[in-house]
Design a protein around this ligand. Structure first.
Ligand code: SAH
Ligand code: SF4
Ligand code: F3S
Length: 436
């Protein structure tokens, strides 16, 4: 088919954007678009953007600047901005960058085909509503083509928590859960297409309430799908970790022993200022219960340093919390004031002070990550193979604990789960030998 139009999507931000980009590509498939890996020959360019920190948001404009030449060479090229910057800035994007034809917020993707038809030739299309209908219900059903062994599946969107630093409640709207039947149907489809591992996504995934028994109820329903071997979920808020979900970590074989549970700070004063609605001790108590249910649980987290009002002592509380918990993996950020959020108006910490704290925290987290990886040496882990490695006969995949593992396995296929004895711990991955 020589006349298919080409769609180039570039995705920033979180996994929910990755999932949304897949769904947008599918929705535009109905308009005759096929994906392409480069903007150079595209008929439409879509940036799926992130507004979480200033750097992420500003990247959009530098990226758009790079498309000027393409637009000049091909006036029919349509340029769209989707995602959280689209939601936060709306029309302002077209004012700052007039070559943008289309702006669509994260809750309006099902209207993309209409918007695409309307935009171009000087006409602009914009939709940043929070419509009543569920976008996923109105998006095209997913195609049946085979795909890789891992997939994301959004089950919950939006956030009602209003942490004082965060734009998500404004860009993604109020918390909403997809009905369990829809999710199970989509999961079965994915498994038929070759998927073995599903990561359930939500800004507050454990606040999911679309199934009886909440997220734990959904996980148990997914557990019954033959051929689905692994379940993960992200991102969780400590206050929504209920007893059933904690227990599932010990009793549900398909639920992997890895949990991303951000705490942001180890200082009670900062937790309060951030409006996180729990204390440091409550977080410790939760970790203890989780580890009682699943002793080998690998924990991951997010941290913000230099939040307004953070003193040296507050920061030491964070370092102390990190030492006490022991993370297998974590993300840490310098606080970035975001327009419209409460903390943006407060007195800011000196940038050099925040930089120095970030450096120290990242050094500690890096050591812990390394230690968690080294602790796998000599152990046998189960690896889900995702793709061939760089060396002849090598396969790469992830362990239960989400460590990347490479192994010589010439007879293995993508999607196989094999026992691997870990013999090497390199900078960012493990090496091993087949043990089954
Ligand atoms: N829903 C998730 C996180 C969403 S944003 C949760 O509640 O944990 C991902 C991470 O970005 C956050 O956990 C936080 O660490 C970081 N983040 C969010 N807003 C930020 C800001 N204004 N400055 C710096 N980091 C921020
Ligand atoms: Fe943002 Fe807080 Fe909601 Fe997470 S819980 S998305 S950090 S407001
Ligand atoms: Fe970014 Fe929006 Fe995700 S702000 S982190 S893309 S929810």
């Amino acid at each position: 088919m020589g006349d298919a139009k080409k769609l180039y999507i570039k995705t920033y931000g979180c996994q929910m954007n990755v999932y949304d980009s897949e769904r947008m590509a599918e929705a535009l498939g109905g308009q005759g678009y096929e994906p392409t890996g480069t903007p150079d020959d595209a008929d439409m360019i879509l940036l799926n953007t992130c507004h979480i920190r200033e750097k992420a948001a500003e990247k959009v404009y530098s990226e758009l600047g790079r498309f000027k030449g393409l637009k000049a060479a091909n006036p029919d090229l349509k340029i769209g901005v989707a995602g959280c910057v689209a939601q936060a800035e709306g029309e302002e994007i077209m004012r700052r960058q007039p070559m943008v034809d289309l702006v669509v917020g994260p809750q309006s993707y099902h209207r993309l085909p209409e918007l695409e038809a309307k935009a171009g030739g000087g006409a602009k299309a914009l939709d940043t509503d929070f419509p009543q209908e569920d976008k996923f219900d109105h998006l095209a059903r997913r195609p049946k083509a085979s795909r890789g062994p891992t997939a994301f599946l959004t089950v919950q969107e939006g956030c009602d928590k209003f942490c004082a630093f965060c734009v998500v409640p404004y860009t993604r709207g109020a918390e909403a859960s997809r009905p369990a039947e829809r999710i199970l149907e989509e999961a079965r489809d994915l498994v038929e297409r070759g998927v073995r591992e599903i990561t359930l996504l939500g800004q507050n995934v454990n606040a999911y309430h679309g199934a009886e028994g909440g997220l734990a109820g959904l996980i148990w329903a997914l557990e019954k799908i033959d051929g689905l071997e692994r379940i993960r979920f992200t991102t969780s808020h400590p206050n929504d970790m209920d007893e059933a979900l904690i227990e599932a970590h010990g009793t549900c074989d398909k639920l992997m022993p890895y949990l991303h549970l951000p705490v942001q700070s180890g200082s009670d004063k900062m937790l309060k200022a951030m409006n996180r609605k729990h204390t440091r001790d409550q977080y410790f108590a939760l970790i203890e219960r989780l580890r009682a249910a699943r002793p080998d649980l690998l924990l991951s987290g997010d941290f913000i340093v230099g939040f307004p009002g953070e003193t040296g002592a507050d920061f030491e509380d964070t370092m102390d919390l990190v030492r006490a918990v022991g993370y297998g993996q974590a993300y840490s950020f310098k606080y970035s004031p975001r327009p419209g959020t409460p903390a943006a108006e407060r007195a800011q910490v000196e940038p050099e002070v925040a930089t120095e704290r970030l450096y120290r925290l990242q050094e500690l987290l890096g050591q812990q990550q390394r230690a968690a990886q080294d602790a796998m040496l000599g152990r046998t882990v189960k690896v889900l193979f995702e793709k061939p490695g760089r060396l002849e006969g090598q396969m790469g995949g992830k362990s239960e604990y989400l460590h990347a593992v490479h192994v010589h396995a010439p007879d293995a296929q993508r999607g196989d789960i094999r026992a691997v004895k870990v013999t090497e711990s390199a900078a960012n991955s493990l090496g091993g030998t087949l043990a089954d």
